[in-house]
Design a protein. Sequence first.
Length: 223
Amino acid sequence: MDTGKPERPGLRERKKQETRAALSWATIRLVVERGLDAVRVEDIAAEVGVSPRTFNNYFSGKGEAIAARHLDRARRIAEELRARPESEPLWEAIRNAVQTQFSPGDTSGDAADGGRAPDRRWIAGVSLMISEPSLQGEMFKANAAAEAELAAAIAERTGTDVVRDLYPRLVSGAVGAAVSLVMERWLRADPPVPFGPMLRDALGQLAAGLPVPDREEAAGPRA
């Protein structure tokens, strides 16, 4: 019987996914700590307990491994959106799907995990990492793929066509822009601020149709 939910991958596929995620996270962690040029594929493989050849089976280089974390998160958001109850309004379902991947219960290892304020040294390292020119191309590809993943899930939920109709790509692009903006503000905030409340605020404004803010509210403190 078709339940409408995606099938759970088999053990072999889950092991592959876990290895890929571990390699991506190890790459990010080491690059943040040491800098991109100071990290070798051998270092990353040793951190995870696999061979350099295994790393190369999953990624073409460090940039792809770093960007993979963003793409994997986007895929999980799309899967979560598909799994949300049909009775849930679209924007509520999107907010819930996105927030599950940035929540304290998410064990994927990011510092942007809901309620906590980030460590300044970690933030400085992440900011330096994503400013690397050699990483920009991989991040651009990952962003495009992430937008397409979410747009496909939105099209399925709304009965629209992801190729012919503007709506799913418009919504997906808006959500991606909101997450990117919140991440940028989070990285630059001084003093550090929690990621989760900013994300909820941004998605809430989108869900409300981006109403013009009250002048006094707009003049209030900013991250």
